[in-house]
Design a binder for this molecule. Structure first.
Ligand code: 6PG
Length: 236
């Protein structure tokens, strides 16, 4: 499915534009439904965005007491581990915004077995969101076209009867937990956030359809769908 592309001059402009967009989506969700359910992306790209959201003028524009923070995926490591997406988001943003602790829903990796962790996380999503979809799912893009932890040629891509699934990622020799396509596609809005020259090749291969069938290409968001990227990632 084709996304609306927003291409910004450089990483700094990209972060500012994405922060403004995040705030506007959050404010609209809260105004309309009294709550903002968002699934955060992991990896390194969104760190700058999270830091920006925790700073003026953005931080004061969101009623964080109405925000519930979830994670699109997580590495099966302790929340204190340097590989933890939760730790990255906590240091970059969560520790610096007035979001109630009970509104921060990290993936409970302490349950050990990845499948058990995935089951618990799915229950948390159902318990907190009831039948509501995510208002926003933020995703990064891997150089192999993965999003969240939906990696190419893995069984996770075929899971349609669960909100969350687990998988062993051979190339990283690590277990992951990830939202599945149905829950991502059901979101009111999906943003893929891409920055840097290192992503130019995969972005070009996808936009020219030189490559097909990649996990990001199998996304079919029912709501608004954007790619936010800088010119370096867009190959400009
Ligand atoms: C993760 C992320 C993953 C990430 C992409 C891009 O757990 O690693 O969820 O999907 O978004 O791999 O990562 P970078 O932003 O580090 O390039």
């Amino acid at each position: 499915m084709k996304a609306e592309q927003k291409i910004l001059a450089d990483a700094s402009n990209l972060i500012d534009a994405a922060a403004e967009h995040f705030v506007s989506v959050a404010r609209a969700s809260i105004a309309k439904r009294g709550v903002f359910f968002v699934a955060l992306a992991g990896g390194s790209t969104p760190k700058g965005l999270y830091q920006k959201l925790a700073m003026s003028p953005f931080v004061e524009q969101v009623d964080w007491s109405r925000v519930h923070l979830f994670f699109g995926d997580e590495r099966c490591v302790a929340p204190t581990h340097d590989d933890s997406n939760f730790k990255m988001a906590r240091l970059a943003m969560i520790d610096h915004i007035p979001v109630p602790a009970e509104n921060v829903h990290r993936v409970p990796t302490e349950f050990g077995d990845a499948a058990v962790v995935a089951g618990h996380y799915a229950e948390t999503i159902k318990q907190i969101m009831k039948e509501q979809p995510f208002d926003l799912v933020l995703l990064g893009l891997g150089p192999d076209g993965h999003i969240a932890s939906l990696f190419p040629e893995t069984p996770a891509l075929e899971v349609t009867d669960h909100l969350v699934t687990s998988l062993f990622v051979e190339k990283f020799q690590s277990w992951r937990v990830t939202l599945t396509y149905p829950v991502i596609n059901a979101a009111r809005q999906v943003i893929v956030f891409i920055a840097g020259e290192a992503k130019a090749e995969i972005v070009r291969d996808i936009t020219t359809e030189a490559v097909t069938g990649l996990p990001v290409q199998r996304l079919a968001p029912q709501g608004d769908y954007f790619w936010f990227m800088d010119k370096a990632a867009a190959g400009q």
